[in-house]
Ligand binder design. Structure first.
Ligand code: SF4
Ligand code: SF4
Length: 384
């Protein structure tokens, strides 16, 4: 396995499972299962034992490896020089399992659906652009920006509302922007994080040749997961095509009052999506938007920015749900953290976080106290 030389360097000191001030456990799978084997250090030792043939492959080992949310809290908090590679190591171990065909059934189903249908929802490609019906958002035809949606924003009912809110906002700001509609294909971020590198390479080549063939120069992504894949894992894209998350485009437009806003009074806390925050260092753009809305009081959760607690949807868990379920599932912990701030709204900037936290608000029976809204949906409420 790639990184074989690194796994033995873990000391199992456990710093990686905490927040920066060591006040709380911040590895979502460790919080959920409360066993050391589900912590980053525990995973390192298990992988080492597996590679050394000291333990055999089992359903339990698969569950441990695939319950990692790839949230990168461990990358942020491991104090050793190999910390940057932690998530890559966990993905490489999954790749080893995928290559041997020994993966949990929900992972197998997810990958099969992407292979067969091009999306995890088993929906036909013709349905992909339907979310934009009835809006002023046009199909891409040499506009300045491509607005790339991804599978969740294209097919999930909750997420489609966010696609429309962001798309309408971009049009309202006067941007020249188009969508691929039925020609859009999966960005593959979750395929990669689940270790299916062959399929990921295929998707990245297809997308790259589509984007370049259409002469696209700038892409705005709805989903931080696509933003991450295009920016960091598509070998031939970054540098040639500018990649933005939509909050990075909206923040200066709202600050410069290109989108005029009226007062909207609300107490809001912001949940950092791991693939926008820790993975790509963008903590401020969504906060700038929220702070620019007159009447919004922004209160931070204790676990914010590089210490944000993951919603539990990363690393494919949004689809496989290996990490979900029970009182200590990460999304339920996260909404309780939000509730503690006294906020009425949890602002998000990721359709996967929106769905995860929406579900948790319902299960925790907090519907009358907390609302989960994308940053663009909050801006929509404040439009003058
Ligand atoms: S991954 Fe790093 S911080 Fe975590 S137990 Fe190993 S050495 Fe310690
Ligand atoms: S990436 Fe997140 S879920 Fe995975 S081991 Fe690290 S802290 Fe835990």
């Amino acid at each position: 396995m790639k990184y074989e030389e690194i796994v033995h360097r873990c000391f199992r000191c456990g710093y990686c499972k905490f927040t920066s001030d060591y006040a709380d456990f911040n590895c979502p799978s460790y919080r959920k299962f409360s066993f050391e084997t589900y912590s980053p250090g525990g995973r390192m030792w298990l992988i080492r034992a597996w590679l050394n043939n000291e333990i055999k492959n089992s359903e339990h080992l698969q569950e441990i490896l695939f319950s990692c949310a790839t949230c990168a809290n461990c990358v942020e908090h491991c104090v050793f020089t190999f910390s940057d590679d932690l998530v890559n190591i966990f993905i490489a171990a999954r790749e080893e399992m995928v290559n041997k065909g020994i993966i949990p059934p929900p992972v197998r189903d997810y990958l099969k659906n992407i292979n067969i249908s091009g999306n995890p929802y088993k929906e036909p490609a013709e349905e992909r652009g339907k979310w934009a019906d009835g809006t002023a958002i046009e199909t891409y035809d040499a506009q300045d920006y491509l607005f790339y949606i991804g599978c969740v924003g294209s097919y999930d009912e909750r997420a489609k509302k966010i696609s429309r809110a962001v798309g309408n906002m971009l049009i309202k700001a006067g941007l020249s922007v188009g969508i691929l509609g039925n020609r859009e294909i999966c960005d593959g971020n979750e395929v990669r994080s689940l270790g299916e590198m062959g399929l990921f390479q295929y998707l990245s080549e297809q997308n790259t040749s589509l984007f370049k063939g259409l002469g696209i120069k700038k892409i705005i992504t709805l989903d931080p997961h696509a933003f991450n894949a295009f920016k960091k894992d598509y070998p031939d894209l970054d540098g040639e095509i500018e990649i933005y998350h939509y909050t990075q485009i909206l923040a200066p437009l709202i600050q410069s009052k290109k989108i005029p806003l009226k007062e909207y009074k609300a107490v809001v806390t912001y949940h950092d999506p791991c693939y926008l925050g820790r993975h790509n260092g963008e903590y401020e753009a969504p906060r700038t938007i929220l702070k620019s809305i007159p009447g919004i009081e922004l209160i931070e959760m204790d676990q914010n920015r590089e210490n944000a607690f993951c919603c539990g949807g990363g690393g494919g868990n949004f689809f496989t749900d290996i990490l979900g379920g029970g009182e200590d599932s990460p999304n339920r912990i996260r909404v309780r953290q939000a509730l503690d701030t006294g906020a009425q709204i949890i602002a998000v900037a990721c359709p996967q976080c929106a769905k995860m936290l929406d579900d948790a608000v319902k299960i925790e029976e907090l519907d009358d106290k907390l609302e989960v809204l994308d940053v663009a949906e909050i801006v929509t409420r404040a439009l003058a």
